[in-house]
Write a protein that binds this ligand. Structure first.
Ligand code: FES
Ligand code: FES
Length: 160
């Protein structure tokens, strides 16, 4: 069965006809056309598909789109404002937190969710906050530096 799904996606209200069994990942990529959110394991193991639902990092490959009715959903495409990278995007860019980049959108959204609830996380809190996201390239050290740098940028008020 299909329904009209209304939500606030990257700060804009929208409504789409969506079947009840469509996953949030497929809704974003195939119906809306936002392909920044990646399909990795497709089974809740890698975190590549992480988006924010009501500010909480959420695995879109395990979430029905219909459950997002009336909610705020944020994807990596919504972070940059007026052509300016967000603090987390800058952190990953300036501290070389990405190599192949496949995990990066999910890690950026998990980091964004972490910093929204904890603006000054310790290293162990960063590790815990990103514990659902796998990166095969970086060894995580640069990623942790990236999140710390992003926290600093936010504290200085230089970036959202
Ligand atoms: S694609 Fe969703 S956790 Fe891997
Ligand atoms: S940068 Fe390649 S998987 Fe993370």
């Amino acid at each position: 069965m299909a329904r009209l799904l209304s939500l606030r996606l990257n700060g804009r209200e929208r409504t789409d006809a969506v079947k009840d069994n469509v996953l949030l990942l497929d809704y974003l990529r195939e119906i809306v056309g936002l392909t920044g959110t990646k399909t990795g394991c497709d089974g809740g193991e890698c975190g590549a598909c992480t988006v924010l639902v009501e500010d909480r990092p959420t695995l879109s490959c395990l979430t029905l789109a219909a459950l997002c009715e009336g909610k705020r959903v944020d994807t990596v495409e919504g972070l940059a404002k007026s052509g300016q990278l967000s603090s987390v995007q800058r952190g990953f860019h300036e501290k070389l937190g990405a190599q192949c980049g496949y995990c990066t959108p999910g890690l950026i959204m998990a980091s964004e969710g972490l910093l929204r609830r904890n603006p000054d996380p310790s290293e162990s809190e960063i590790r815990e906050g990103l514990g659902s996201n796998i990166c095969r390239c970086t060894g995580y050290v640069k990623i942790i530096e990236a999140v710390r740098h992003a926290a600093l940028l936010r504290a200085r008020g230089g970036a959202a």
